[in-house]
Structures are given as structure tokens and as C-alpha cells.
Design a protein around this ligand. Structure first.
Ligand code: FE2
Length: 335
């Protein structure tokens, strides 16, 4: 694939890659060869996925490498046309760990290990590399990935944590036409926020609480209960990073509150929309992009939306202190 060049630099990858039938078949063969069990031996599993990923079709590897290097114009990379095989019935909650048993999860691992390293969180999906993102009755109106009936508000994945993932990966086994994933890039925020609010976004004006669901086992957090003050935009002005959580972030001044509301207006007006369908894998750049999801109506009959989620880090060593046995799972208290 020819890279798309914008203003001569940086080189950005096209945000969508549609696999040919030949590529799909080839990737499936590679996935079949990834034998270790992600639950009992995650390290061997990730290693096998990384090795297999070295043989991904050249234009897939090229897209992934460009995305890992500089992101994309949308902050996402959609790979469509992966094989899903026989799709298991959608489980009633995320305790059955169905997704990790599928061929799609193995392809997802190869792709993930090509742009970084798979990493898991004790507080997310029981510390497994793959989490079943399915609508549950209990969480239907919550601000979690298991929700459905309410809009999942705009957020950076783990905005509060220094060990937040650099990417999230969502592989769709079963879609729902009314469930739209929304994304907004830091560049869009920079382009569409009026100047009088934009300057504030670069200042340390927000405090962020920790998601209650991260308090696994009732521990105290090593980094404290409230984080900040922090800016919403940070880094390079021509390639900014964004950290935002509509639910957990608190503005510390009236100007910050006004700027925050303006970002939400920009989000509603300019967000990109993705309706995941079976065989889609959506990579979201968690440094440059914030995301949310529309409400949708689940049936709880085994035919609901079923997405396998995984997290990717650029640097495993930075979380070594939070992974006591040097496994792949970060202890919740270090969130
Ligand atoms: Fe999320």
C-alpha cells in the first residue's frame, strides 16, 4: 500500500485497510500456527503471536508500522476482512472468556504484537489479555465497556493512569448496526476549538479521579485517589496528545470548565463514526485520540454485539514495577 503523505510530513497511514481474500486466508493460516494458550501461558502466547506477525502480508505490516510510527489522520486504523470462523454465542457477561478462544483473537494478537506489546490489567476483564466486550444487564446503564442503553461518554482509556495503554484494539465477532464507536483526535480538537478556549487546554487545569471499577480488592492506589492537575492537550503542538475523561475529570477553574464544554461540542460536531462489523479490527491510538460509543439496545439472547478487546503498550519495561511476577498483567493498585 502506498502511504498517504500530508504536508510532506509526517507520513500517515491510510485509516482503512481492506484485506483481499488471499490475505485473509494467509493471515488465518498464520493465526492457526499460534498455539500457546493466552490464559495459562500469556508470555509464550505473545511470543508466538509476535513471531507469526513477522510473516503478515507486507502491505499489512507496512500499514501497522506507519500507524505505530506516526498514527493516522483519524487516530485509528481499521483492518477489515479478517476471518471470524464459527462465531460463538454472545455470552451474558464477561466472565466466560470466550473471545480468547477464537481464531480472530489470534489474528488480533499478531497485529497487536506488530505495533507494540499486549498488556493486561487486573482491573479490566479479570487481568486477561483479551476481554469479552458484551452488553450485560447489570452494566446496561453504566459508564463501562459492558454498557449498552446509555451513551458511553468521551474518554481516554484509563485517563487517570500513567500506565494507560498506548493503543486499544477491538476485534468484532458480532456487530450491532446501532452501536457506533466514536473517535476524535487531538488534531481535530486543535483545529476546531476556538482560540480563546484552545490555550487553556494546554494548561494544568484538570483533576482526574480513578474509575471505581479499578479498586479491585479494596486496595489504596499507589498514585493516590485523585490525579493532576493535568492538561487536556500536551506534547508537540503539531502532533498533540490528548487526555480526557468526560465522566471522571473535574475542571479546576471556570475557564477550564468552559474549555472542556467546548471540546465536547467539537466532539459532537466532528467525531468520526465506526460501526464495527464481523471481521473488523479497529486500532485506536490512545495517545492522540479519545473515544466513546452510542447507546444500543441489547436482546440478551446470544445474538448481541460481541467485540474482543485487547490493550497494547509501546513499552513493557515502564510497567515492570507494577507487574510483580513480570507477567503481562498490571496490578490494579498501580493503576
Ligand atoms: Fe474505552
Amino acid at each position: 500500500m502506498r502511504p498517504m503523505v500530508e504536508n510532506s510530513s509526517p507520513t500517515l497511514v491510510r485509516p482503512k485497510l481492506s484485506l483481499t481474500a488471499e490475505e485473509r486466508q494467509y493471515i488465518t493460516q498464520l493465526a492457526i500456527a499460534v498455539k500457546p494458550d493466552p490464559k495459562s501461558d500469556p508470555e509464550a502466547f505473545c511470543s508466538a503471536a509476535r513471531s507469526a506477525g513477522a510473516n503478515l502480508p507486507e502491505r499489512v505490516r507496512e500499514s501497522l508500522q506507519l500507524f505505530a510510527r506516526s498514527g493516522s489522520s483519524t487516530g485509528t486504523l481499521l483492518i477489515e476482512g479478517l476471518a471470524v470462523g464459527p462465531v460463538p454465542s454472545t455470552p451474558v457477561d464477561n466472565t466466560y472468556h470466550v473471545g480468547e478462544t477464537t481464531m480472530l483473537a489470534r489474528a488480533q494478537a499478531m497485529i497487536s504484537e506488530t505495533i507494540g506489546h499486549l498488556v493486561a490489567y487486573e482491573a479490566e476483564g479479570f487481568g486477561r489479555l483479551f476481554q469479552d466486550m458484551v452488553p450485560t444487564r447489570q452494566a446496561a446503564k453504566s459508564q463501562t465497556s459492558l454498557s449498552s442503553l446509555t451513551e458511553l461518554e468521551l474518554h481516554t482509556e484509563q485517563a487517570f493512569s500513567a500506565l494507560r495503554p498506548d493503543y486499544l484494539s477491538m476485534a468484532c465477532l458480532r456487530g450491532d448496526l446501532s452501536a457506533t464507536t466514536y473517535t476524535l483526535t487531538a488534531r481535530q480538537v486543535g483545529a476546531f476549538t476556538p482560540a480563546e478556549y484552545l490555550a487553556t487546554l494546554w494548561r494544568d487545569r484538570w483533576m482526574t479521579g480513578v474509575d471505581e471499577s479499578f479498586r479491585v480488592g479494596g486496595h489504596d492506589f499507589e498514585a493516590g485517589e485523585v490525579r493532576g492537575p493535568m492538561p487536556i492537550l500536551q506534547g508537540a503542538p503539531d502532533d498533540p496528545f490528548i487526555v480526557l475523561d468526560q465522566d471522571l475529570m473535574v475542571s479546576t477553574t471556570p475557564a477550564a470548565k468552559a474549555a472542556f464544554e467546548t471540546v465536547l461540542n467539537v466532539y459532537r460536531a466532528y467525531r468520526d463514526k465506526h460501526v464495527l462489523k464481523p471481521g473488523d479490527l479497529l486500532l485506536v491510538d490512545n495517545n492522540r485520540t479519545v473515544h466513546g460509543r452510542s447507546p444500543f439496545r441489547p436482546r440478551y439472547d446470544g445474538s448481541d454485539r460481541f467485540v474482543i478487546r485487547a490493550f497494547i503498550t509501546n513499552d513493557l519495561t515502564k510497567s515492570r514495577y507494577a507487574r510483580p511476577s513480570n507477567g503481562r498483567t498490571i496490578d490494579a493498585r498501580y493503576s
